[in-house]
Write a protein that binds this ligand. Structure first.
Ligand SMILES: Cc1ncc(COP(=O)(O)O)c(C=O)c1O
Length: 439
């Protein structure tokens, strides 16, 4: 036995034998060394401006010194002792602080490790507390890779295929997609069409009184950064109230300031009953939570759910600091300002690029949808793949989303400055125009 490690480059060349293909064959597997603020640094020393932000997990910027300090301080004391068996300061500080920013009165928490776990918890809690089984989710939604989330997910069939049997009593209804609706300018008709689909589900497939919950991303993330009309979400709330259905918001991607508000629920002014949160909660330290108001959460009796490393002290200490930083550095305001600036500039680019079908955004949850020119909005995933590669070569890290991977999301850290937005957008503009010229 030797402790000598193989050189990283040699291991990288053997990626397919070391990692599952679903990791090894993802794009671009960029070898990186460190990250700071809105930048990541390649092993070759190259600096990349990061418009993906660890899939929206590092909202206060990579390695924010105060988050690192909080985590280090906690690590000196204790890394893991298991929630429930033990109890510790960062856990309760976090629950208390989170309670102040959660939408509505969802201020009692179950802590896990990830978005998937937060969603699984939400589904289990909804079923347990209502003693009903049916879950309705919405076409194009993504809810993580647990078996519940996979059963509720429909952003791409390939995420479901081959993993069955998926869970019974999961149903789907239309999510309003204004850009691709029959009436893109008329949000009300778009909303009504989706509600008609939900009513069809109630008439033909399942009666609303058999449902435990609607599970919905208030803004679809993986599905393509789709912003539904407010009236649709409000009507979901009304239907829930009428039939005793719980409204679960999956805010794993939309939460923690991404939209310029703490949560998308605040943007839409709709109060969920249960909220799944993760990603940016601890700026990259693994943490997730299922939140609900006391009346619901208190039904989830002792030992009915759990998680070994959930609510890890280091992650909780980091999360407490994240909330403080977002407040102290006025990041919600910055998100609104920079988000507006970004969408304005992207709308200028749209005028020069016939491959851009739509620019949309709320706060720094911004996306550009690409189409084949001179078609009826035919999705253009080929051009997206080219743009992503050109941009990466020029030093900008991006990732697609959308059912056909036809959309590029632009989600930098909320700490970003206007100059840094320009730095990233200049590369994005060049990449889009270069890809368009090659058509
Ligand atoms: C809306 C939503 N829910 C759940 C998840 C799953 O989160 P995780 O990857 O942390 O399990 C994601 C991840 O992208 C997500 O965007």
């Amino acid at each position: 036995m030797t402790n000598e490690k193989k050189p990283y480059e040699e291991l990288l060349g053997n990626l397919d034998n070391l990692l599952a293909p679903c990791l090894a064959q993802d794009w671009p597997n960029l070898p990186v060394d460190r990250a700071e603020g809105v930048y990541v640094y390649g092993r070759d020393g190259r600096k990349y401006i990061d418009f993906l932000c660890g899939f929206g997990a590092c909202n206060v910027g990579h390695n924010h010194p105060e988050v690192i300090q909080a985590a280090q301080d906690q690590m000196q004391k204790m890394v893991h002792t298991a929630i429930g068996v033990t109890n510790y300061e960062p856990l309760l500080y976090l629950a208390d602080e989170l309670g102040k920013i959660m939408p509505g009165s969802a201020d009692v928490f179950f802590f896990g490790n990830s978005g998937a776990e937060a969603v699984e918890g939400a589904i289990k809690l909804a079923r347990y507390s209502t003693q009903r089984r049916g879950i309705v989710s919405f076409i194009g939604g993504f809810h993580g890779r647990g078996i519940g989330g996979t059963s509720a997910g429909s952003s791409k069939a390939k995420y479901r295929t081959g993993h069955g049997p998926l869970l019974p009593e999961f149903y789907f209804a239309e999510f309003p997609y204004p850009y691709r609706s029959k009436t893109p300018e008329d949000l009300e008709s778009c909303s009504q069409a989706a509600l008609a689909d939900l009513n069809r589900l109630f008439e033909y497939i399942v009666e609303p009184q058999d449902l435990a919950a609607f599970l919905v991303e208030p803004i679809q993330g993986e599905g393509g950064y789709i912003f539904p009309p407010q009236s649709w979400l409000k009507e979901l709330r009304n239907i829930c109230d009428k039939y005793g259905i719980l409204l679960i918001f999956d805010e794993v991607q939309t939460g923690f300031g991404r939209t310029g508000e703490w949560f998308a629920a605040d943007v839409y002014d709709v109060e969920p009953d249960i909220v799944a949160i993760s990603k940016a909660i601890a700026n990259g330290f693994p943490l997730g939570a299922t939140a609900a108001r006391a009346e619901i959460m208190k039904k989830w009796g002792a030992a009915s759910h759990g998680s070994t490393c959930g609510g890890n002290p280091v992650s909780c200490a980091a999360a407490v600091k994240v909330i403080e930083i977002i407040q102290k550095e006025n990041l919600l305001e910055n998100t609104k300002t920079q988000g507006l600036y970004m969408t304005e500039r992207l709308n200028d680019l749209k005028k020069q690029a016939s491959i851009i079908g739509d620019v949309r955004g709320v706060g720094l949850m911004v996306a550009v949808e690409f189409i084949k020119p001179d078609t009826d909005k035919e999705p253009n995933s080929e051009i997206v793949q080219k743009i992503l590669q050109i941009a990466l070569d020029k030093g900008l890290l991006l990732y697609p989303c959308g059912h056909w991977n036809q959309t590029i999301r632009l989600i930098p850290a909320l700490t970003i400055t206007q100059n840094q937005i320009d730095e990233g957008l200049n590369i994005f503009f060049e990449s889009v125009l270069e890809a368009q010229k090659k058509l």
